[in-house]
Ligand binder design. Structure first.
Ligand code: HXC
Length: 258
């Protein structure tokens, strides 16, 4: 499907989704969010795609929700529409791994969108922030919740209360991003990572997502039980037999998602 606010390409088993509203620093308007959910769902349903990379431009991953679009809305408008609820739910339902490759600004909804992905690879020019406070609002898609889990209360409060930006190196130290790479190499690195993930059995990558994401929702004992049962379940797959046989035979595993 062709999109107006995104570029989507599939190379080998990796789907690269690039936010494309350069005139507005990739601000997340209704059209972009709707297209993004559709593109993610199409990639999730595709037999070819095994990993998804979400990125923006060198200047901006996304500078937040579209302020122009939001500025005239009333409480009744946003509450009735339950603004951003569907986006959150649709992205959370994607079962294939989604890697965020962030260069430039990831602010407000942009930072929140990156945090909705499974992990973040940052360019050395990335800047993360929750500057909603400067607009007379607060974060609405995880900036007070997911960010706190990533970086802890102190930094999350600091960012949400002052609206300051966090540079890539601090974001890596704080655990918001998994690695920092030179801006020029961002897409190359993200694609290499995605290709590595694409080589695994999809049964296991989906199980990893389910198990890690459960850790946000469950007490430790319940989370450990969920993980253990998923681990046990993997022994019902051919890919477990293949993975372990390949190790013992000193060869690469050929997974078949079975
Ligand atoms: C709409 C935006 C925008 C946004 C930038 N633009 N961010 N338009 N919504 N969030 C537009 C500008 O209006 C401008 O358009 C063009 O993009 C270039 O931006 P500049 O400000 O001229 O660029 P620069 O001086 O380099 O500053 C970059 C920036 C700044 C630091 C990213 O644009 C900025 O502070 N943006 C807003 C960041 C923000 O507050 N985000 C949170 C939004 S609220 P024109 O037409 O003038 O050229 C939010 C709520 C989340 O995200 C709730 C859940 C999703």
């Amino acid at each position: 499907m062709a999109f107006e606010t995104l570029n989507v390409e599939v190379q080998d088993h990796v789907c690269l989704i690039k936010l494309n509203r350069p005139e507005a620093m990739n601000a997340l308007n209704t059209a972009l969010l709707s297209e993004l959910c559709t593109a993610l769902e199409e990639a999730d349903a595709s037999d070819k795609v095994r990993c998804i990379v979400l990125t923006g431009s060198e200047k901006a991953f996304a500078a937040g929700a579209d302020i122009k679009e939001m500025s005239e809305q009333s409480f009744v408008d946003v509450y009735s529409a339950d603004l951003f609820a569907k986006t959150n739910d649709r992205i959370a339902a994607i079962r294939k791994p989604v890697v965020a490759a962030v260069a430039g600004y990831a602010l407000g909804g942009g930072c929140e969108l990156a945090m909705m992905c499974d992990f973040i690879i940052a360019a050395d020019n990335a800047k993360f922030g929750q500057p909603e406070i400067n607009l007379g609002v607060i974060a609405g898609m995880g900036g007070s919740q997911r960010l706190t889990r990533f970086v802890g209360k102190s930094k999350a409060m600091d960012m949400n209360l002052t609206g300051r930006f966090m540079e890539a190196d601090e974001a890596e130290r704080a655990g918001l991003v998994s690695r920092v790479v030179p801006a020029k190499k961002l897409l190359e690195e993200a694609s290499t990572v995605a290709e590595k993930i694409a080589e695994k059995s999809q049964l296991t990558t989906m199980a990893v997502k389910e198990a890690v994401n459960r850790s946000y929702e469950l007490p430790l004992a319940e989370g450990m039980l969920f993980e253990r049962r998923m681990f046990h379940a993997m022994f019902a797959t051919e890919d477990q037999k293949e993975g372990m046989a390949a190790f013992l035979e000193k060869r690469e595993a050929q997974f078949r998602d079975k």
